[in-house]
Design a protein around this ligand. Structure first.
Ligand code: B12
Ligand code: SF4
Length: 439
């Protein structure tokens, strides 16, 4: 009989301590289908996405792998403890565990730090031989990944696209970002034929869209141009996230749009230049944002944004002004976070050194409660300003202006109505005091 491995992507707790549950998981991460593909065939692998399904604590699997992402790490720990009590062998991996491996080890038999392409097989062997090590870590110098086992997610309640990854890491060095703190500016690209292999597989499975998970796909211009050329041949729609400076590159932007990309997400972070400089994001210029967003839209690409509040240049006035920025620029799906010093990041070390960590309870590191002492307001004022911002931007007036009363309605009416739906869904959550994150 085959041995069994259960891989779990935990869901986070909301700020009331309840598990965040959804009817559908639109954004499926790649880690679990990839780890399944890296696992030798003599294992049966089961995946569990806790956002849409319950963790099967009565499983007959003997080996349990649990991922960790942001504040969902608290749930990772709770699940790990329970499986340990049940006598299972527990392996932890993923971003959060990689940033705080010693803490994670308290709850697991082994911890995988960083990428697992070169260590997963070794760990499985050690497990089978009873020689499991405490930590596994091997820095990748090239990125080669097998075809992810997408088939394992097909019978789950997922959306109409699947994930693909062309590269890992990012050439930028934003101090708050876990990508920078793990990859230190390294950006590894896969061979384009391998990326296309995955995209074609997604198409074969009946999907018309995919999500490129890269953090900044356009870090390497020539690579991105070449990839877009290949993607245009498969005639699919896709979306990704990248830095706003793509607006400065007309040729690249045209190639991206022509290849079927219809939505880009930008981490604009702040409209305060001082805040951006403080985050080591001085290459971003908020006074150019409006012009840049217009250029991108002109290419038929819809925009969503991620911004943070509570950085060094932020004031209560600048947080209010952020709402006007979003409204004036008709951002279809804006998301906000309180800038959170995640342990293991450079920003955390800076806050600690300046004695500005206000709250050490990790259950509060959910990016909707201030856990640091901001420069220009109290933590309580920051938390309130954050919620006021969300309420302002997701007022019915502002929603209508950003969705169906925008250019999008004329050019892409289906998208405008879809964004209206997403906004109303987010608004419902905000009104119930729940951050509308896309977990
Ligand atoms: C897609 C994505 C999502 C999706 C899907 C998430 C999901 N449930 O899978 C959505 C949009 C829902 C999402 C939500 C969130 N996300 Co997210 N997400 C990503 C993104 C863009 C890609 C993830 C991915 O699939 N990568 C590709 C895979 C192959 O890489 P990987 O996950 O690193 O996995 C490798 C290793 O880490 C390791 N590994 C991973 N898991 C495990 C498990 C075991 C047992 C082992 C041994 C190894 C291992 O092996 C893999 C292969 O080498 C990353 C950024 C990134 N570049 O990875 C952010 C990222 C992981 N997310 C992040 C955050 C903060 C969140 C949220 C907390 C946001 C929020 N405030 O709500 C939530 C938490 C949701 C949750 N359920 O935990 C942060 C994590 C920071 C941190 N320190 O942990 C990242 C790094 C973004 C960033 N720039 O900061 N996310
Ligand atoms: S550009 Fe984005 S992914 Fe890259 S380091 Fe900055 S925040 Fe992280």
């Amino acid at each position: 009989m085959k041995k069994k491995l259960l891989l779990i992507q935990p869901t986070p707790y909301d700020q009331y301590g309840n598990l965040v549950k959804k009817k559908k998981l639109y954004f499926v991460g790649l880690a679990l289908p990839l780890l399944a593909a890296l696992t030798p065939d003599d294992f049966e692998v089961e995946l569990c996405y806790e956002t849409i399904e319950d963790v099967p604590f009565d499983t007959d699997a003997e080996l349990i792998g649990i991922s960790s992402m942001g504040h969902a790490v608290m749930r990772t720990i709770d699940i790990a403890k329970k499986f340990k009590e049940l006598g299972k062998t527990v392996i932890l991996g993923g971003y959060m565990v990689s940033l705080m491996p010693e803490e994670a080890k308290k709850y697991a038999d082994a911890v995988m730090i960083g990428d697992s392409e070169e260590t997963w097989g070794e760990m499985i062997n050690d497990y089978l031989n009873g020689t499991l090590k405490e930590y596994y870590k091997k820095k990748l110098t090239k990125l080669e990944t097998p075809l992810p086992k997408y088939e394992l997610v097909l019978n789950k309640r997922i959306g109409n696209f699947l994930p693909v990854q062309a590269g890992r890491g990012c050439t930028k060095t934003c101090s708050f970002c876990s990508i920078y703190c793990l990859y230190h500016g390294q950006y590894l690209r896969r061979n384009i034929p391998d990326v296309m292999r995955d995209i074609k597989r997604i198409k074969e499975l009946g999907f018309k869209q995919f999500l490129l998970l890269d953090d900044n796909l356009f870090s390497d211009r020539n690579y991105a141009l070449e990839l877009c050329k290949e993607i245009s041949k498969v005639k699919m729609h896709w979306m990704t996230q990248c830095s706003i400076d793509i607006a400065k590159d007309e040729e690249l932007l045209t190639a991206v749009a022509k290849s079927g990309c219809y939505a880009l997400s930008f981490g604009l972070e702040s409209i305060s230049r001082e805040s951006l400089v403080g985050m080591q994001k001085a290459w971003a210029h908020p006074d150019e944002y409006s012009k840049q967003l217009k250029i991108i839209r002109k290419h038929g690409i819809d925009i969503s944004t991620e911004m943070v509040v509570g950085a060094e240049g932020d004031t209560l006035e600048s947080i209010k002004a952020t709402a006007r920025f979003i409204e004036d620029n008709k951002i279809a799906v804006p998301r906000f976070y309180i800038l959170t010093p995640i342990p293991g990041t450079q920003y955390y070390d800076e806050m600690k050194e300046q004695d500005r960590i206000y709250n050490t309870d990790m259950y509060s590191y959910n990016a909707c409660e201030a856990v640091h002492i901001p420069k220009n307001m109290t933590p309580e004022e920051l938390t309130k300003a954050y919620w006021d911002l969300y309420n302002d931007v997701y007022s019915i007036r502002c929603i209508l202006k950003r969705t169906i009363f925008s250019d999008c309605l004329i050019k892409r009416p289906y998208n405008a109505v879809f964004y209206l739906g997403v906004n109303l869904f987010y608004r419902y959550h905000i009104k119930h005091g729940i951050v509308p994150n896309i977990v």
